[in-house]
Design a protein around this ligand. Structure first.
Ligand SMILES: Nc1nc2c(ncn2[C@@H]2O[C@H](COP(=O)(O)OP(=O)(O)OP(=O)(O)O)[C@@H](O)[C@H]2O)c(=O)[nH]1
Ligand SMILES: [Zn+2]
Length: 363
């Protein structure tokens, strides 16, 4: 038996490294790149990368490229050629939209085309998975395996990594215990831990749901600001409490609390989005300017947790048709949609309208 991490564990390690500002190396059959997350870059490491002689590009998503008016020849992302005089400020300004309005002219930007882009795509996904700004400084390496060994860097081989990308993790029900709550004294909290080093998610089971009938269910995405701070910018807090109250009143139900803060972009990026919203952009535009899609959540997690809880048929508390679609696609029957319209106020009126107009939410 080998004690060495397997490819899935190597990916988790790479995520952690990038988050800390430690570079990682990605190797294909014919090439290799050094990857550094733009958000956690330091001046020293930028200089060290430039001294390597290999071509250096900045990978950004096509959403971010659109805002910067740069060409995205690689489909869902672009490789911006880093000019010789570019410094850390230049890199940060391309990755981070906070100063876009004050300094709109960042160009002319030249994008690379052709070549093997698989490792670049993996690099960008890693920055997203690390809940950083989706952008990476990438330098070609001549002898990538030796380079990684010499510098003790995590190394990913695309042949091993590619089959794992987009695959759902397996969730283990680590522990569950009784949790009497205001809404019901018969609550139980389960903690689910994935086998890929990703986020844990929770399930709150109220009463003893009858598995032979559709179970009242809520898939709730974490919202620190709304769930805990009473933020008026969204409707999450009232939705969370409303769903639990309904389960308490009916005597049974399941609330999945999914750690997908900010529709899957993390709290730091959500706060960046809020800051852009203060500049006049709506919730969807703000995500795009940061380089994200409207919604980066993986709702398959919800189905995986429900399977573990032996629930296959639900009455889903939601106004979001994407959640219903994804449940059905992943083998969960949604017998009924139960509307959850609570918590509208003058601060979130426009936000809710944007979700209805652009993301198809049911009003
Ligand atoms: N990126 C981003 N995320 C936000 C914003 N406002 C709220 N969120 C996040 O959006 C998610 C809301 O999730 P849900 O409560 O599942 O809402 P939903 O997708 O509208 O679906 P239903 O509530 O079921 O109708 C939470 O993760 C919040 O943190 C925002 O302006 N930008
Ligand atoms: Zn919220």
């Amino acid at each position: 038996m080998s004690f060495a991490p397997d490819p899935s564990e190597q990916i988790a390690r790479a995520r952690g490294d990038l988050r800390m500002g430690v570079p990682v190396v990605i190797v294909t059959e014919s090439s290799g790149i050094l990857v550094q997350a733009s958000e956690t870059l330091t001046l020293e490491r930028v200089k060290a990368a430039r001294a390597l002689c290999g071509e250096t590009v900045l990978a950004i998503t096509s959403r971010r490229a659109e805002t910067l008016k740069a060409r995205a020849y690689d489909g869902d992302f672009a490789r911006i050629i880093v000019p010789a005089d570019a410094d850390l400020r230049w890199i940060r300004a391309l990755a981070d939209p906070s100063d876009d309005l004050r300094t709109p002219m960042k160009g002319p930007l030249k994008s690379a085309r052709e070549g093997n882009t698989t490792p670049h795509r993996i690099a960008l996904q890693l920055t997203k998975d690390a809940r950083l700004l989706p952008s990476a400084l990438i330098t070609e390496l001549e002898n990538p395996v030796k380079f990684a060994q010499d510098h003790q860097l995590t190394i990913l081989f695309t042949v091993q990594i590619e089959p794992l990308l987009g695959k759902s993790a397996h969730y283990n029900d680590i522990v569950h215990a009784r949790l009497p709550m205001e809404v019901s004294e018969t609550g139980r909290l389960h903690v689910f831990r994935p086998d890929d080093g990703g986020e844990e998610h929770y399930a709150i089971v109220v009463g003893t749901p009858d598995r032979n009938k559709p179970v009242l269910t809520r898939l709730h995405s974490a919202c620190f600001t709304g769930d805990l701070m009473g933020s008026l910018k969204c409707d999450c807090g009232p939705q969370l409490r409303g769903a639990l109250a309904q389960m308490g009143a009916e005597g049974a139900g399941v609330l999945l609390y999914l750690n997908q803060e900010g529709r899957g972009i993390g709290l730091a990026n959500k706060m960046r989005a809020y800051s852009l919203q203060d500049q006049g952009f709506d919730t969807v535009e703000a995500n795009h300017r940061l380089g994200f899609e409207d919604d980066e959540r993986d709702f398959r997690i919800g189905a995986a947790l429900l399977n573990q809880l032996n629930i296959s048929d639900v009455r889903l508390l939601t106004n979001n048709p994407a959640k219903i679609d994804m449940m059905q696609k992943t083998g969960i029957t949604v017998s009924e949609r139960v509307a959850l319209k609570v918590g509208e106020n003058r601060h979130n009126k426009e936000y809710l309208q944007t979700k209805a107009d652009k993301s198809g939410h049911l009003l």
